[in-house]
Structure formats: C-alpha cells, structure tokens
Design a protein around this ligand. Structure first.
Ligand code: B12
Length: 437
C-alpha cells in the first residue's frame, strides 16, 4: 500500500502573539487524497518536536512526503527536507503553500517537485498517478507532467512550470470537506480555553480578495472572490462542533464583502451555540448587517485599520479613508461587538508625524485589542517588488517583531518605545473602562 505524508513544519513557540490552528491546507489535501483511496497521514508539528516528527515520519515510511511552507516556516521546511532525504532516501519530496508558490525555484534543490497555488485537485491526482503507475522520484518524466495545474519542476533534467488555478465555485462545491481527523484537538482546545474561555478553530468560507493593498500578497487564493456553498460550510461547521469546538475563527480575507451571503450565513449560524469572529473592512457594511452579525453569535471583528494618516493609507493603497475606519469601529462597537484593530507603523514614505497620527487614532477609538507591526515586505506583494529581499541576516521568521527587514530612516528603538508606551496607555484605558463597567 502506498502512503502519502503531509507535514506542517510548525512547532509552537509560545510567543505571546501565537495563535494555534490546525493547518487547513493539509486537512484539505488529506480529504482529497483519501477520497482517491490513498493512505494518507497528516503530521502536524504544532505540539511536538522536530525529533518526534522525524521518528513518526520515518516509522510511517511514506512514498511521498508533502511539506507545507510559508515565510515563517522556511528554516523548518528545509530541515524537514534534509531529514527526509537522509531517513527516507526514496521518498518523493514535494513542497506547497504560500512561499513555494511565490518562489518555487528556491525549493527545487531540496524538493523533487513544487505545487504552486490551489493544489486541491492537481497534487492528489499527481500522487495517485505516481503510485498507480509505479513511478520513482528519478523518473517523474514518465508522468503526464503538463497536466497538473501549478506543478513546477526544475530537476532530474526536467523543466515544468504549469500555470496555477483558482477553482470555481462549482468545483469547490464538489470537493470533500477538509479532513480534520489527524489533529490533536484536545491540545488545541485546551490552549484556546485557557487563553480566551472558548474553544475556537479556523475555517475558510470565502476565497480570494478583490483589493490590491500594497503590503499584501495573495499567493494562493488570488483576487477572484469565490463563495463556498453554505450547505457545505454548515456541514463542516457541524463536524467542527462534533469535534468539541464552540467557536469559529473565520480566516477569510474579506468575509463581510457580500452582504446577502453574510446575512444568510448569520441566519444559519444563529442558534447553533457557536460564537464566531472574522476579519472585516472599514467600508461596505450596514448597521443592520452588523446587528445581525451580533445576534447570530459574532463576538469579535478584526479590522486592518493600518494607519491614522490618510497619506499613509493612500501609500498603502487601502482604498479607504481614516473616517471610514473610525465609522466602522463605532458601528461594530455600538452593536456590542468586540473590535480588534491592526496597525502598521513605519511604512516606507511615512514620517514621525504620520506615525504619531496612528498612535493617536488607536487610543481614541473604542477598541478592545490593538496591535502594531512594522511593514513586512511579503513575497508576492507590491511592497516586496519595490523593496526587494530583506537585508542580510534579517528575515521574516520572527513573528510580529518590531524590526525592519529593509533599510529605513525610522529610528527603530524610538518606534519600539512609542509602541510600548501606546500599548501601556491602551491597557490602562481598558482597565479603567472595565472597572467603570
Ligand atoms: C489562517 C492563517 C494564519 C493563522 C494560522 C495558520 C495555520 N495554522 O494554518 C495564524 C493567524 C496563526 C497565521 C499566522 C501567520 N501568518 Co498566516 N495566514 C492564514 C490565512 C489567512 C489562511 C490560511 C489557511 O488556512 N488557508 C486555507 C487552506 C485551505 O489553504 P492553504 O493552507 O494555502 O493550502 C492550499 C495550498 O497552499 C496548497 N498546499 C498547502 N499545503 C500544501 C502542501 C503540499 C505538499 C502541497 C503540494 C500543496 C499545499 O494546497 C492547499 C489547498 O489548495 C493565510 C491567507 C490565505 N488566504 O491563504 C495567511 C498567510 C498564510 N499567513 C501569512 C503570514 C505572513 C503569517 C505570519 C508570518 C504573520 C505574522 N507577521 O505573524 C504568521 C506566521 C505564523 C506561523 N505559525 O508561522 C502569509 C504567508 C505569506 C507567504 N508568502 O509565505 C499569508 C499567505 C497571508 C498573506 N496575505 O500574506 N496565519
């Protein structure tokens, strides 16, 4: 029997900002592979160690090892690849996920193949063909390589660079639900219960984002928005509830974009005893919809307000105004929802005074949580194209640190001090308002 291993090479760091979710990409691919009758196991490193993962993987003896990667997982990805090469020399090594999608060439010296973009159909079909036809890793040319969407190979004398795909709504509706069977749900739930009092997990309901923010990269889902069938979504939610979760963290880029769809979602989730949170935008939401969100169990909305300076928002190509952001916060707050806001400070082109406008705004609004980041030139973003790769010795692996990975005129120490001060003032303000009840 042939076996496929899917590895999520993340080992929890216990950083204060850490949020733990089972990797949905691996769950999605596992469901598709199992539907094709392929013995598949997901190796989620989150609660274990590299050594444990290596031992478990070697014991499983997979024919194909697929590894998910993104900017913050680069070092771990390469470490897993080296380990597989040594312990399982015949296993086919395949990389996928956001960073391999943007920089497939960086992976070809360690991986036999890379899948770029949405791999729901292409990777499982490739695996099925590989095992059914008895192909080995040095004979990939025996497969119809030009038929797999997003496949990239530059090794063993082969050069394949197939276009990526964004699956249509009807294709998405025909896919199996993500298979969450291999995750340590007890560990995830304990973690969330301790931190927030509820047991949350992530779900993807809509794919894609039509906006073109300067700092954002949309490596997998791209710009074309697709909404999943709500029947499938609610079947998935029933499964999630069956696993013991009582809260959803909707990971969509733009969940609140379509009010009719959102309204129907609210109508169907109301009464399920499931709280939920999502990302929203500063524009395009009515007071009536916000009330419905609250009534249906929405607890918290995350807004990327980014800046208190219109000039900076324009630099970021946010396509919203500072006033729209303020109004959105008020709207959600008045409806009784918690509002969290993300801000970016130190954007290329910013001055000390525009940064101060952001701190001022963050303290003026009725927010429940705030966070400040310095810009991170994500591969695939316009910002990255302008700034290029990070400075030597600096990388993206540190989650949410105030460190510029590109040359900047902004005084990093001063900025860090101002962020700390603002966070302290915010915490004191929140304490006072809680005490007042
Ligand atoms: C949920 C999420 C998180 C969650 C949890 C992640 C988790 N445990 O899975 C949290 C909040 C913790 C998080 C944190 C961060 N995230 Co995040 N996150 C996302 C988000 C919104 C959705 C991911 C998801 O669940 N997708 C749904 C599944 C189904 O899609 P998928 O995983 O991409 O899988 C598909 C393909 O990639 C492919 N695939 C996946 N795995 C594999 C494996 C193989 C072998 C193959 C062949 C194919 C393949 O097939 C799948 C099906 O089509 C994405 C944005 C997005 N829309 O993709 C950003 C995203 C992945 N995050 C990103 C970033 C930068 C971060 C942070 C570094 C941010 C920060 N500054 O702290 C941290 C790093 C945390 C860490 N642990 O390392 C970037 C990555 C950019 C890049 N080029 O690498 C993204 C793309 C957002 C963006 N706009 O740039 N994130």
């Amino acid at each position: 029997m042939s076996r496929v291993a899917l590895v999520f090479p993340y080992f929890r760091t216990r950083a204060a900002t850490e949020m733990l979710f089972p990797p949905l990409g691996a769950a999605t691919l596992a469901a598709q592979l199992r539907r094709r009758g392929i013995d598949t196991r997901v190796f989620d490193g989150t609660f274990g160690t590299f050594e444990q993962l290596s031992a478990d993987l070697t014991t499983y003896r997979p024919d194909i090892v697929g590894v998910y990667s993104m900017v913050s997982l680069t070092a771990n990805t390469l470490r897993v690849a080296e380990m597989v090469r040594t312990s399982l020399p015949d296993a086919l090594l395949v990389a996928g996920g956001p960073l391999p999608t943007v920089f497939p060439g960086r992976y070809t010296s360690r991986f036999d193949a890379v899948f770029r973009g949405e791999a729901d159909v292409s990777f499982p079909r490739f695996c099925a063909d590989y095992v059914e036809r008895g192909v080995s890793r040095t004979r990939l040319g025996d497969l119809p390589l030009d038929t797999y969407d997003g496949l990239f190979i530059a090794d063993h004398g082969l050069h394949v660079d197939n276009p990526t795909v964004n699956h249509s709504e009807s294709e998405l509706a025909s896919f199996p639900l993500p298979d969450r069977g291999d995750f340590d749900h007890a560990a995830y739930q304990t973690e969330w219960l301790q931190k927030t009092g509820s047991k949350a997990t992530s779900i993807i309901v809509t794919l894609g984002c039509p906006y073109g923010c300067d700092f954002c990269s949309k490596p997998i889902f791209g710009s074309v928005v697709r909404r999943r069938s709500l029947d499938a979504v609610f079947e998935e939610i029933a499964q999630i509830r069956g696993l013991g979760y009582d809260s959803l963290w909707i990971a969509d880029d733009t969940f609140t974009l379509n009010e009719a769809y959102l309204t129907e979602f609210c109508r169907r989730i109301a009464g399920l005893g499931m709280s939920w949170s999502c990302l929203s935008r500063a524009n395009g939401i009515s007071a009536a919809t916000v009330r419905l969100m609250k009534e249906s169990g929405c607890r918290r909305v995350y807004l990327g307000l980014e800046s208190g300076s219109q000039a900076t928002l324009d630099l970021m190509k946010k396509q919203v105004t500072v006033e729209q952001g303020m109004r959105a916060v008020e709207l959600y707050h008045r409806a009784g929802l918690e509002v969290a806001a993300f801000f970016i400070v130190g954007y290329p082109g910013e001055t000390v005074s525009t940064i101060e406008e952001t701190f001022k705004l963050a303290l003026a609004l009725p927010l429940d949580e705030i966070s400040f980041n310095v810009p991170m030139p994500l591969p695939g973003s316009k910002l990255f194209e302008r700034l290029g790769a990070p400075d030597d010795g600096k990388d993206w692996t540190r989650e949410n640190e105030v460190t510029f990975v590109f040359p900047s005129d902004i005084d990093e120490d001063r900025l860090r001090r101002r962020i700390d001060e603002t966070m302290r003032v915010f915490a004191a303000k929140k304490e006072t308002s809680t005490a007042r009840g």
